[in-house]
Design a protein around this ligand. Structure first.
Ligand code: NAG
Ligand code: NAG
Length: 375
């Protein structure tokens, strides 16, 4: 009787993937303080790199923050304005852009609508924020869009709109965006038909997709996560690429056209997200733990650096808790299990049980039991 079992497995599978996404992100402000959004229902400033494993993060949870109830939160630093833009953090208003003014520690909500053709899908896109123009470029379902954030660190009262830029010139039917910003160019990785070690380039200033891919050395032509290393001044010229299999951390330098292969993250996690400062690449894993790879732009051979867990932050969880109060306790809850599960669970670098993982565990057991019962 394989069918009921297969059905139960499908059921299990869907629950598993539904519970795996985090509603959190990490980002840097323009002074390279690490900001952790929605960690146990709160937001934290973990300070600069020298503080990450010595000082306690500061609770910066403030009014007007997004509900953080969407599964695909993404964060972007506007370096000129020292604001962090948060997308996908409000499921009831999926196109809204939340602005966190890092100096004023305040939030505002920018009303944004899709393009006139309504092709931009706020639940399915990848994006970069262009350093020099402060314009977002987003890929959604084969189409490239832009959204001008002017020099906003607080929302404008005028509703903004995504603009349709162009259709990408490749078979986009199964393309999931892997997009990085460097030298005012959007780099698309994993594009079908492009040789390994190469990227398709969209030149922002000319709104022009280069017909020939640019070669940068050696990395696989696959989907992964990307984030650009900032500089204290000027546009980013290097970005990190971590393929979904987590097999390496590639750093692509678009000035020398070369790629270095650095240590792979300890957590091999296709759902992890990343954010880089000038000196570190930070990983937020899908189980809510945070780690970083030190990065010295001045050192020619960076291959010696290894990943370090950041243990002072509480666990990021798929919490839909909004605003203040009721969320999990901030830090140091090592060894405590979260809520309902009570049974065996998984610990990670923070030593705390993460609730997405706990949920997944519980449902997995239920699914398995159901499967066996039917079988
Ligand atoms: C989240 O991202 C996944 C993978 O891209 C996508 O399938 C899903 O529709 C997204 N959901 C929302 C609500 O954004
Ligand atoms: C990198 O490639 C571009 C485009 O092919 C070229 O113009 C540039 O000179 C190359 N840079 C170096 C350092 O070789």
């Amino acid at each position: 009787m394989p069918r009921p079992f297969a059905l139960a497995s499908l059921f299990l599978l869907s629950l598993t993937s539904a519970a795996s996404a985090l509603s959190s992100c990490v980002a840097f402000d323009a002074n390279w303080n690490l900001i952790a959004f929605n960690f146990g229902g709160k937001d934290y400033n973990a300070g600069t790199q020298d503080n990450w494993n010595s000082a306690n993060p500061t609770d910066i949870t403030a009014q007007g923050r997004p509900p953080f109830d969407g599964p695909n939160v993404s964060c972007y630093l506007s370096q000129f304005t020292n604001a962090i833009y948060v997308l996908g953090a409000d499921s009831s208003n999926p196109t809204a852009v939340y602005l966190y003014d890092a100096a004023a520690k305040s939030w505002s909500t920018q009303s944004v609508k899709a393009d006139d053709g309504n092709k931009f899908d706020p639940t399915n896109f990848g994006a970069i924020l262009d350093h020099d123009t402060n314009v977002f470029y987003a890929y959604s379902k084969g189409e490239l869009f832009s959204l001008d954030m002017e020099l906003l660190k607080a929302a404008s009262s005028t509703t903004k709109q995504w603009m349709d830029v162009q259709t990408v010139p490749w078979d986009a039917s199964s393309y999931e965006p892997t997009m990085a910003l460097a030298q005012n160019h959007v780099h698309f990785l994993g594009v079908p038909g492009v040789p390994a070690g190469s990227a398709k380039i969209f030149v922002i200033h000319f709104s022009f997709m280069q017909p020939e891919p640019q070669s940068y050395g050696q990395f696989p032509n696959t989907h992964g996560q990307v984030t650009s290393f900032f500089k204290d001044e000027g546009v980013q010229t290097q970005f990190a690429f971590i393929p979904d299999d987590g097999s390496a951390t590639y750093v692509i330098d678009v000035t020398s056209n070369t790629t270095q292969s650095l240590k792979a993250p300890s957590a091999k996690d296709s759902k992890a997200t990343y954010f880089a400062s000038t000196n570190a690449l930070v990983q937020l894993s899908s189980s809510g733990s945070v780690a970083y790879l030190p990065f010295d732009a001045q050192t020619a051979d960076k291959s010696g650096a290894d990943w370090v867990a950041i243990t002072k932050l509480p666990t990021a969880s798929a919490s839909s808790a909004s605003g203040s109060g009721s969320g999990a306790s901030p830090s140091g809850t090592a060894g405590t299990s979260s809520g309902s599960s009570g049974s065996a669970g998984s610990t990670h670098d923070n030593g705390a049980l993460t609730s997405p993982f706990a949920d997944r565990w519980v449902w997995s057991v239920v699914g398995l039991l159901t499967g066996f019962a039917l079988f």
